[in-house]
Write a protein that binds this ligand. Structure first.
Ligand SMILES: NC(=O)c1ccc[n+]([C@@H]2O[C@H](COP(=O)([O-])OP(=O)(O)OC[C@H]3O[C@@H](n4cnc5c(N)ncnc54)[C@H](OP(=O)(O)O)[C@@H]3O)[C@@H](O)[C@H]2O)c1
Length: 328
């Protein structure tokens, strides 16, 4: 029987339990996948902890994986048995050796993209695509602030932004991460556990401020990120690694220079299948061309899911974390 990670109730990493599961035949519009690798993303911690409640319990965890199509339900046209595919989509349940998923969420994986990269970085790559090409259109000459620049999304974001000609100021938790960020497209790493990143941004931009602030850290950085923006700059709040950001009143955006604020969610940007395929093709192409070199920082067997969550939440990782499903 295939194995999967389930939670019985919200809580800490200890809630992630290994279980044998029965995987049904795919229904109409569905396929059954034999999975090779799945990504460990911060959103999985939000699902596990209850910050983003799951529809019912017990429930699977994980929203990203790659694998091979094993069986196809009625009405499925775009994929056939044996195809290598990836997905980055709810419902959670990706930490599993096999599962049934909706066919319209599947992305064809080029041969040049390995299982750990397809299974563990597609969601992060799509996120970087939406941040750089949809929420804002980054061009040569823009200056960006990227928090957690050595992290999974952060590394991809910085490399891609560098390629687009932007200047990247990135925050990191320690000096080893500063080195990692500098090697992955970040021009000005700032150790924000030691230095005030507002002051650094002011000095680096000559007092002008950045065009866009990409803030995935949330509670700990949100307000200071607003202070880093130039007048009419864009604040992109896209994550809660340190907790949810505070509620703000619109007048604050006015007082800080007629700022814009957006809170993008990847799944809304790729709800349309054409957008999903466009974003995935842009990301995989960037990887194949060497524009982005996605780094799998840590890889675990399926039963290492709890340790993977502990490491991610303890800020102990750089790059992407992946569960490799053949490794049990
Ligand atoms: N909106 C969307 O659709 C979307 C999609 C994908 C990801 N995201 C968000 O993007 C972010 C990055 O995701 P990821 O999976 O690639 O994770 P990650 O960036 O690899 O890991 C999170 C990083 O956040 C930093 N951090 C700062 N304060 C923290 C705290 N109190 N606890 C834990 N980490 C803290 C740490 O880096 P330092 O030590 O360098 O500070 C940590 O390594 C997450 O916030 C995630 O929710 C959003």
């Amino acid at each position: 029987m295939p194995r999967a990670i389930r939670i019985q109730e919200p809580g800490g990493p200890e809630q992630l339990e290994l279980a044998d599961i029965a995987v049904p035949e795919p229904g109409p519009g569905e396929v059954r996948l034999r999975q090779a690798a799945c990504g460990v993303n911060f959103i999985d911690c939000y699902h596990r902890s209850g910050l983003y409640p799951l529809p019912q319990l017990p429930h699977g965890i994980g929203v990203e994986a790659c694998g091979v199509v094993e069986a196809v339900g009625s009405g499925v046209r775009d994929v056939v048995e044996g195809d290598r595919v990836a997905y980055a989509a709810p419902p959670p349940g990706a930490y599993a050796e096999a599962r049934v998923v909706p066919a319209d969420r599947l992305i064809p994986v080029p041969d040049e993209i390995s299982d750990p990269v397809a299974g563990g970085t597609t969601l992060r790559g799509l996120t970087a695509w939406l941040l750089l090409h949809r929420a804002f259109r980054v061009r040569r000459g823009h200056t960006l602030l990227v928090h957690a620049a050595a992290g999974g999304v952060g590394q991809i974001l910085c490399q891609w932004a560098d390629y687009l000609g932007a200047t990247v100021i990135g925050t990191v938790g320690d000096s080893d991460k500063a080195q990692v960020a500098a090697e992955h497209g970040c021009h000005h790493p700032v150790v924000y556990t030691r230095d005030d990143f507002r002051e650094k941004v002011e000095a680096i931009t000559g007092g002008r401020g950045v065009d866009v602030a990409y803030d995935s850290v949330g509670a700990a950085t949100f307000e200071a990120s607003l202070d880093c923006l130039r007048p009419r700059g864009l604040m992109v709040s896209y994550g809660n690694a340190s907790g949810a950001p505070p509620a703000i009143e619109p007048g604050l955006l006015g007082r800080k220079g007629s700022l814009f604020l957006t809170r993008p969610v990847l799944f809304d940007y790729v709800a349309d299948r054409q957008d999903l395929l466009e974003g995935a093709a842009a990301y995989y192409d960037a990887v194949i061309q060497g524009v982005v070199e996605p780094r799998v920082g840590r890889s675990y067997p399926l039963e290492g899911a709890a340790q993977a969550h502990r490491d991610l939440e303890a800020r102990a990782t750089t790059g992407a974390s992946v569960l490799e499903l053949g490794r049990g």
